[in-house]
Design a protein around this ligand. Structure first.
Ligand SMILES: [Zn+2]
Length: 123
């Protein structure tokens, strides 16, 4: 969990910190933070997962009368703040993973010689 996609080391986050991502992998040098704002996508991912798996079920339970609106409000408030914090590290990791899922050749471990001189390796 939360490993470097290139070398597999547990190096995604700075040692001893919960929320600080390394700019590059200390083991293999892979640039983890690719561009400024690269991880904005992980925030969207985190938001979407919170909405679908926390807030929507609470809303449905309240709508069906299983829990009262006061309980639903408290649960939704706690869930909307707490879940994104718990999911933060995984959302970063997932975001990085999906990038290399779609662009596997951008990973140094998968590098090969370009097919043509004009081929853009986009690194
Ligand atoms: Zn690495």
């Amino acid at each position: 969990m939360n490993r470097c996609p290139n070398c597999g080391g547990s190096t995604l986050f700075k040692k001893g910190t919960l929320f600080q991502v390394n700019k590059a992998c200390p083991a293999c040098g892979l640039k983890i933070e690719r561009d400024d704002g690269f991880f904005i996508g992980s925030m969207s991912l985190n938001y979407g997962v919170t909405l679908v798996f926390i807030l929507t079920p609470i809303m449905i339970l309240a709508y069906k009368g299983v829990i009262g609106t006061t309980a639903a409000t408290i649960l939704a408030g706690a869930g909307a703040l707490g879940f994104p914090m718990l999911f933060y590290r995984s959302s970063r990791s997932w975001w990085l993973m999906q990038y290399y899922l779609f662009f596997p050749l951008h990973l140094p471990a998968n590098a090969r010689a370009p097919l043509a001189e004009s081929e853009d390796d986009n690194t």
